[in-house]
Each structure stands twice: as structure tokens, then as C-alpha cells.
Design a protein around this ligand. Structure first.
Ligand code: NDP
Length: 258
């Protein structure tokens, strides 16, 4: 029943094989979607090389540079999408950034620059990309972003990223409210802790995983593929009545009080 054939999907946030975005890409591809991916450009082209190596087996239609801090690169990304495909159906927003200063020490010590940079990349980018995607989602569409329970409750060291995720989750609701009349749905997946490049920057990721293994009803954390399966569901007609929601894919951890 889950069928994404003839759907065009743009996926952001693949850094390597461990990336949650890669788990999502594989499952969308398996369901039949055409795949386009973005990568964060760097001077030596190392990120591009890595992303090309990872996605090559899926033969993506598009591989485009996009630093979400750049208005020009966001516009160029969606111009490339418009040129390649007649429409866009799926946008996966799977990226975040915080300087080390935002992920350790006293929360009140975070500087203005570090704070603004993190919210620019991790939070505002969803709204800016939704704006660019809207005219291309002429048949309606599905936008999915990735969040974490640290945006709702205090998790040691998650600090600044907690603020970014709180803003991101509220952005999901406001975007869903605006874009619903265009048949565009907007949802977030709140994933349990997974070892990735980004999560290794958060102090104590292994402690977080061990805690979930002890407390969560399923007694384990989740995999990138499990997150990918939920993303595929949220991008398919099976979830046609769902928008503005944050779905927890965390082994049930969120429901526990103790
Ligand atoms: P990854 O490090 O694999 O992915 C993070 C991605 O964000 C990377 O591809 C990174 O690019 C990209 N990125 C950073 N800055 C920019 C920018 N300026 N422009 C464009 N892309 C940028 O980690 P994850 O897979 O863990 O993270 C994906 C999402 O999942 C994030 O939103 C994260 O907060 C969320 N999440 C992660 C959890 C976890 O435990 N891992 C749990 C819940 C949510 P590059 O690496 O090339 O710098």
C-alpha cells in the first residue's frame, strides 16, 4: 500500500552512511520515489565527494549544493528542482548545527552569535525552504523535519539545540496551518538518540542511548531505517489526514515519567 512511485523527493542532511537522512533516503527510494539530495559545500569538496559516494547506488536525479545559511543557494536548489522535475512532492529537512559552546557548559553563557547561527541553520531554514518549495508543490506535498525530545524537556548538554528544536516544532505547526489549503502537509519526527556525526557533538550521546535502553518501553533506541520508515509513511497517502504533528519514533521513551 505504501507507494511513492512518481513522487519527487528532495532530501537534505546526508553527511555519511550514519546520517538519519540516509536512512530516510533509502526508504523513500524503496517505496519508489525519485530522489534528489543536497549537500553542504566546502572548499575542498570533501562533503560533496562523500555524499556522492553514499548516494550513488540509488542513482539520484539531482545532487545539488545547499548551505541553508545562503538565500542564493536555497533559491538555486529549488531552481534546479524546477528544471529537473515538473513538480516537487516531498521535502525532507534533516539538518541542524550548533557550535560546541552551545552544547556544553552553562546554558546562560551562550553568546548571541552562537545562538543566532544555530537557530538560523537549524530552525529558520525549515520555513525558508518551505517557502521555496510551496510553488513547486503544485499537486500538494509533504514536508518532514527531524526533531528531538530535548526541544520539549531539558536534556543535559542539549542546551542550545533544545531551543532550536522548540522553535522548529512550533514552525511545523504554523507552516501546517498556512500550507494546508495548498494540500501541503508539514510534520516532524522526534527520533530517539542515534549515533551520528551531529549527535557525537552533543556531550554524552552514549549515556543518552543507554538511558533510553533502560527506560523506553521497547528497551532500545531506534535505527535510521526505522525513522526512514516513518518518514515514508508521512510522505505517502497513507498519512493523508495527518499534518502539524510531531510523531515520536523513540521506542516509546516519551511516554515514560520515571
Ligand atoms: P548528521 O551529522 O548525519 O546530519 C546533520 C546534517 O546537517 C549534515 O548533513 C550537515 O552537513 C548538515 N548541515 C549542517 N549545517 C548545515 C548548513 N549550514 N546547511 C546545510 N546543511 C547543514 O546527523 P543526524 O543525522 O543525527 O542529524 C539529522 C537531523 O536529525 C538533525 O536535525 C538532528 O538534530 C536530528 N536528530 C538527530 C538525532 C540523533 O540522535 N542523531 C535525534 C533526533 C533528531 P555536514 O555534515 O556536511 O556538515
Amino acid at each position: 500500500m505504501l507507494d511513492l512511485k512518481k513522487k519527487n523527493a528532495l532530501i537534505t542532511g546526508i553527511a555519511n552512511e550514519r546520517s538519519i537522512a540516509w536512512g530516510i533516503t533509502q526508504q523513500l527510494h524503496k517505496a519508489g520515489a525519485n530522489i534528489g539530495v543536497t549537500y553542504l559545500p566546502d572548499e575542498k569538496g570533501r562533503f560533496e565527494k562523500k555524499v556522492r559516494e553514499v548516494v550513488e547506488p540509488l542513482n539520484p536525479s539531482l545532487i545539488v549544493p545547499c548551505d541553508v545559511q545562503s538565500e542564493e543557494q536555497i533559491d538555486a536548489t529549488f531552481a534546479a528542482v524546477a528544471e529537473k522535475w515538473d513538480k516537487l512532492d516531498i521535502l525532507i529537512h534533516c539538518l541542524a548545527f550548533a557550535d560546541k559552546e552551545g552544547l556544553t557548559g552553562d546554558f546562560s553563557d551562550i553568546s548571541r552569535d552562537v545562538f543566532l547561527k544555530s537557530l538560523n541553520i537549524s530552525t529558520y531554514s525549515l520555513t525558508r525552504m518551505a517557502k521555496a518549495a510551496k510553488p513547486l508543490m503544485s499537486d500538494g506535498g509533504s514536508i518532514v523535519t527531524l526533531t528531538y525530545i530535548g526541544g520539549v524537556r531539558v536534556i543535559p548538554n542539549y542546551n542550545l539545540m533544545g531551543i532550536a528544536k522548540a522553535g522548529l516544532e512550533m514552525s511545523v505547526r504554523y507552516l501546517a496551518s498556512e500550507l494546508g489549503s495548498h494540500k501541503i502537509r508539514v510534520n516532524g519526527i522526534s527520533a530517539g538518540p542515534i549515533r551520528t556525526l551531529a549527535s557525537s557533538a552533543v556531550g554524552g550521546i552514549l549515556d543518552m542511548i543507554h538511558h533510553v535502553e533502560e527506560v523506553a518501553p521497547l528497551k532500545r533506541t531506534v535505527t535510521q531505517i526505522e525513522v526512514g520508515n516513518t518518514a515514508a509513511f508521512l510522505c505517502s497517502d497513507l498519512s493523508s489526514g495527518i499534518t502539524g504533528q510531531i510523531i515520536y519514533v523513540d521506542g516509546g521513551y516519551e511516554v515514560m515519567g520515571m
